[in-house]
Design a protein around this ligand. Structure first.
Ligand SMILES: Nc1ncnc2c1ncn2[C@@H]1O[C@H](COP(=O)(O)OP(=O)(O)OP(=O)(O)O)[C@@H](O)[C@H]1O
Ligand SMILES: [Mg+2]
Length: 293
């Protein structure tokens, strides 16, 4: 684990030094992770993508959760192929990308995520150029799943920002802290945000976020940015049952309003970002990094 952490840091330093020239748009890569499973990452990712799209951004969601990939279920689309087919079955990226609700795009990772660690140079080059076809994406939201696996760490390392999702429950808080602690070994320079999902109200969310942010500052000497909260709202479950994002079905429900607030917060932070990367360089980075983890 430590060797991998050292490798990851060295890799990121070398990568930063490399000058990148390209004609594609800069993208902002935001990954969504949690310590504990089932806290609402996939719902959050898809609905946040819709909110950001409504604000005028071109948004894509990449389902990189190897465990329980289910962006498609939440978004109500049916993938025929996934990233694996692009890598091994000569499918083009156009064959796997799905048009999601409200104009967002979805990429199902599926078993292709696991394969990212076994790619040869040619496969890396062709995968990166396939992703280069998405020239106009402004924001890529990556649902990277729960836990501390090396895939999770890898995606955190290549993202501009990581949103850690937790609920106010003590087990979720403890696991969120555990995730941040391990992640900081791999990505000490990472930019971490916190979102409290399923909060009863603003106050409960604030108490939970303060516990995590203060503990991280005290014991890990790192600042975590509290981005906001999403109310525990029965509309979320109702929307899941209908396989339609709550932002679409209930645009004015409490959870939707919370998501809109978080989207505004994220957009407001945009200026601090500016690493001049595009979608090809992002996937290049993913593929190279994973092939060495
Ligand atoms: N804000 C919310 N209010 C009420 N229920 C919610 C909320 N967010 C999530 N849920 C419930 O939690 C369930 C799990 O959500 P989701 O599938 O998004 O979690 P996940 O973190 O992606 O899970 P996994 O770790 O398995 O990928 C949803 O089906 C829904 O019933
Ligand atoms: Mg999920």
């Amino acid at each position: 684990m430590i060797d991998q952490a050292q490798y990851l840091r060295r890799y990121m330093e070398e990568y930063k030094k490399k000058k990148e020239s390209n004609v594609q748009k800069d993208i902002r890569v935001i990954s969504v992770a949690s310590g504990k499973g089932g806290v609402g990452k996939t719902n959050f990712s898809v609905n946040l993508a819709i909110a950001l799209k409504e604000m005028g951004n071109s948004v894509m969601v990449f389902d990189a959760d190897l465990g329980l990939a289910n962006v498609d279920v939440i978004a109500g689309v049916v993938p025929k192929y996934n990233l694996y087919d692009v890598i091994f079955n000569n499918k083009r990226i156009e064959d796997i990308v799905l048009d999601g609700p409200k104009g967002i795009k979805l990429i199902p990772g599926g078993s292709g995520i696991e394969s990212l660690s076994n790619l040869d140079e040619d496969q890396i080059t062709s995968l990166s150029s396939e992703f280069g076809k998405f020239k106009d994406i402004d924001i890529l939201i990556v649902d990277i799943g729960a836990g501390l696996s090396k895939n999770v760490m890898g995606f955190m390392a290549v993202s501009d920002e990581v949103i850690i999702l937790t609920t106010p429950e003590p087990t979720s808080i403890t696991d969120a802290y555990g995730l941040i602690k391990v992640a900081l070994k791999y990505v000490p320079e990472g930019r971490f945000h916190l979102v409290v999902n399923r909060a009863l109200d603003k106050k409960e969310a604030k108490i939970a976020s303060t516990k995590i942010c203060d503990t991280v500052t005290q014991f890990l000497s790192k600042e975590i940015n509290y981005l906001g909260y999403v109310i525990d709202d029965v509309s979320v479950k109702k929307a899941v049952m209908q396989q339609t994002p709550f932002k679409v079905l209930y645009p004015k429900c409490s959870a939707s309003i919370c998501i809109d607030n978080i989207a505004s917060e994220i957009t407001g932070l945009k200026k601090q970002n500016g690493n001049g990367r595009n979608i090809t360089t992002f996937f290049n980075k993913v593929a190279y990094l994973f092939s060495r983890l």
